[in-house]
Design a protein. Sequence first.
Length: 42
Amino acid sequence: MIQRLKIGDKIGVYSPSSPATVTANKRYLRAKHFLEWRYFIA
C-alpha cells in the first residue's frame, strides 16, 4: 500500500536524460522552493 507523504519526508527529483538543473534551472528552483515551503526536503 502506498503511504501519503508526511511533513519532513524527503523527495528526490531526477531527470532521465539530462539534468533539470541545466535544461530548466528557473523551473527546477521554483519547484524546489515550493516543496521546501511545504516543509518537504528536496
